[in-house]
Design a protein around this ligand. Sequence first.
Ligand code: MTE
Ligand code: MO
Length: 315
Amino acid sequence: MKFKNTIKENDVTDEKLYKSRRDFLKSSASFGTGLMLSSTLTNSFEIDKYEKVDKFRGSDDELTSFKSASTYNNFYEFATSKDAPASLADSLKPEPWNIEVSGLANKTGVFNLEDLIPKQKIEERIYRFRCVEAWSMVIPWLGFKLADFLKQFEPQNNAKYVYFETLYDPEQFPGQHRRVIPWPYREGLRMDEAMNELAFIAIGMYGKKLPNQNGAPLRLVVPWKYGFKNIKSIVKIKFIDTEPLNSWQQIAANEYGFYANVNPEVSHPRWSQATERRIGGEFSLFNPRIDTKIFNGYGDYVADLYKGMNLTKNY
Ligand SMILES: Nc1nc2c(c(=O)[nH]1)N[C@H]1C(S)=C(S)[C@@H](COP(=O)(O)O)O[C@H]1N2
Ligand SMILES: [Mo]
């Protein structure tokens, strides 16, 4: 089914309206229709100037509230508690924002995010989000395919991995005064994972720009992997030929390796990953637990990437 939506951001500023729009779109969203809007993007980083195409509803579950998603955060650059990032986040200045692209690509250098975004088609994607700590959310992201974003730098054939770094600046990230992890936060994907249609760069959520505490101005969203792969506030992208060390391996190599695909059958050393708790509501600690699915339920899109790999070893 082909369906075109040209709903602009200012139609959806409040959450109630936002929800009713979701219901309206429920039947229309279908993945992979290949339908794109001819965009009328301007050269500025104002999310409401972009026309959006609704393309993927990757979960029919009720959305997590904006309030929960923007006040229950993991962002160690601010602090290690969940509620602190929201209250500390003003010190981050996400505009203007430069990204340094290096390594095995034809177009490398320092780019201003404002110059990179207008080339992208802004989509909305509703994805489940599963943290390794066994809680989860359902979030409507705004952004673009990581594949499209990376292709503009013309990665070379020998680029087998893409590596990302978060900003290091203790003035903007007070948590970096303490060395709770070896800063900067770093992550990576195998190139075919990065090119997968689900891999996404978010610059917004719930119809608005990304709140700082959620990783403004741009963060990775890979919904079949544990939350820690979803690196925030990216300033460096490097195309490389060997598997990079990500932050979680640096701090706890015995817990998770490079892939970190959601897998209910591979327990964390200290807890089971078979079930999860949906965040939401005042007493969400008491929400009933639900079953966790392999690849967070996105196996149809990503299982092929891991054919022939032992997923209990490559976790
Ligand atoms: N730079 C950076 N990125 C990060 C983190 C972090 O501490 N620093 N935490 C990760 C973890 S563990 C999770 S669960 C998600 C949380 O994203 P959210 O706060 O938007 O829900 O961000 C991930 N990306
Ligand atoms: Mo996480």
